[in-house]
Ligand binder design. Structure first.
Ligand code: ASP
Length: 349
């Protein structure tokens, strides 16, 4: 029978659900919270039948603010199992609030060839114009497509394909919330066809087993006018193993913050990023107290293009894998400076 024949020749895609708006429905008078699992999301989208043979796996059922890097390490292991079991690609549904962090973690943790595509929704299934079904369809189409093989983790949203390294949630409610300010999307989906227009030249990798030690806490602070840095001396005693600083502009802080930052950098890695949301931290433009040259000379690590949340993901994964200081610096200079053509791999092969 031709229909059955076509069905069995379709690629296999595993869909993992983790919660988020795409899976959230209101209950009685209560506002929406995650309730639907992967099989329910898949069952509500009959169009998937002509895209792939789907296996639906509920992984977590939470708002994405509850997800952790430990969850991502466990999910990377599940993805590898699914691929070893014959999946041609993987789609992951999750909340949008932290998609830019979880997708970046999976970009680093997952080294396989099969595409891993994350998506979510801004409007829950009970709202008019719910975007979850279209986003899940797009994610499954990309996961099933040979054009995405070898690219690792990707984000599909609003018919655009983004690289986790660049993508950010930029709006609290707009359906076009995901943007890659430095590069734009690397592809799109049109009339059910995924297109990849740009391909990254290198893939970075950090390997952590599912039994890795607990992920060390890394603090994330944003500099603001008049801040005298009085929180900084408490960071180590509070148990943080690293600090990511979102500095002003090209990497600047009020001069009162310089001494406590320099002191902290003697004890734990302190990564200098920018709060602007796009562009590289500068290296040698300004020389005033609290400038990028001042802070880098005092031992802060250059964060490249990584914003605070992504730099925090990278530093936490490196610390969890016992990377020494030189390796942490190398990781930030190669991952944080795309276009330098050096793939970072840790542990080194
Ligand atoms: N607003 C969120 C979402 O878009 C909630 C979450 O991230 O779980 O899914």
């Amino acid at each position: 029978m031709p229909a059955a024949k076509a069905q069995t020749s379709l690629p296999r895609v595993t869909v993992f659900s983790t919660g988020g708006t795409i899976a959230s429905i209101p209950s009685g008078a209560s506002a929406a919270s995650p309730a639907l699992t992967a099989d329910q999301l898949v069952a509500a989208l009959p169009q998937l039948d002509s895209v792939a043979r789907i296996t639906a796996i509920p992984f977590r059922q939470v708002a994405s603010s509850e997800l952790t890097l430990g969850d991502m390490i466990a999910l990377a292991a599940e993805i590898e199992l699914a691929v070893a079991g014959g999946a041609d690609g993987v789609a992951i549904t999750q909340g949008t609030d932290t998609l830019e962090e979880t997708s970046f973690a999976l970009q680093l943790l997952y080294g396989g060839e099969a595409p891993v595509v994350l998506t979510g929704a801004m409007r829950n299934p009970a709202l008019p114009g719910a975007d979850g079904p279209a986003n899940l369809l797009g994610a499954a189409q990309l996961a099933a497509s040979p054009v995405a093989r070898g690219l690792g983790a990707l984000v599909v949203f609003n018919d655009e394909v983004h690289l986790p390294l660049f993508v950010r949630k930029t709006h609290t409610a707009n359906l076009a919330t995901f943007r890659s300010p430095l590069t734009g999307p690397i592809g799109w989906i049109v009339e059910n066809r995924p297109r990849i227009a740009l391909r990254p030249s290198v893939r970075h990798a950090i390997r952590l087993s599912a039994s890795a030690q607990a992920i060390p806490q890394v603090a994330l602070l944003k500099a603001a006018i008049g801040d005298d840095g009085r929180l900084l001396p408490s960071i180590v005693s509070m148990g943080y193993r690293g600090l990511v600083l979102e500095a002003m502009g090209g990497g600047h802080v009020p001069r009162a913050m310089v001494a406590p930052l320099a002191d902290l950098a003697q004890h734990i890695p302190v990564v200098l990023t920018s709060r602007t949301g796009a562009g590289e931290v500068l290296r040698g433009t300004y020389g005033f107290p609290g400038s990028e040259t001042d802070l880098l000379a005092r031992g802060l690590i250059h964060g490249g293009i990584l914003d605070g949340p992504k730099a925090r993901v990278l530093l936490a994964l490196l610390l969890a894998s016992d990377a020494p200081r030189e390796t942490i610096e190398t990781a930030f200079s190669s991952i944080g400076t795309p276009g330098t053509e050096s793939a970072f791999r840790w542990p080194a092969p």
